[in-house]
Design a protein around this ligand. Structure first.
Ligand SMILES: [Zn+2]
Length: 134
């Protein structure tokens, strides 16, 4: 009964559905920017809306405000390659994501993670990395 009520509510309120969808995208990457790994505060259209990019999961990735704003209407891959934090594994993850293979994208992101953590930072959350490095 509750599930049906929720569906009914979403039909009444498209905004609620969009919000849930956006939240689900952030959840995929554990609320981190797909480009740089910092906390994701926005949803970036890989192919910008101004270039006909659709608001669908395959074209929308969690991004921090800095990446989202800086990328703006640039081609995502051209822009990303020029960034200091460029990581080919993340680029592959974005490709997988827009191909609709979220699972592969997440595996690639998982793989990319450790290289973005400096040894002297995030000591609290970084024990796994420290153990692997030791
Ligand atoms: Zn970012």
């Amino acid at each position: 009964m509750q599930a049906r009520d929720a569906v009914f509510l979403e039909e009444l309120c498209p905004k609620l559905r969009v919000r849930r969808w956006r939240q689900s995208l952030h959840t995929y990457t554990d609320k981190s920017c797909i480009y740089c790994g910092k906390p994701s505060e926005s949803i970036d259209h890989v192919l910008p809306r101004s270039h006909g990019g659709l608001s669908i999961t395959e074209n929308c990735v969690p991004a921090c405000l800095a990446c989202n704003g800086d990328k703006s209407n640039n081609d995502a891959f051209d822009w990303y390659r020029r960034q200091r934090f460029y990581d080919p594994r993340r680029a592959m993850a974005i490709r997988a994501w827009i191909d609709g293979d979220i699972r592969l994208a997440l595996r690639l992101l998982q793989w990319a993670k450790p290289s973005h953590i400096e040894p002297n930072q995030n000591k609290k959350t970084n024990t796994d990395w420290a153990l692997q490095a030791a």
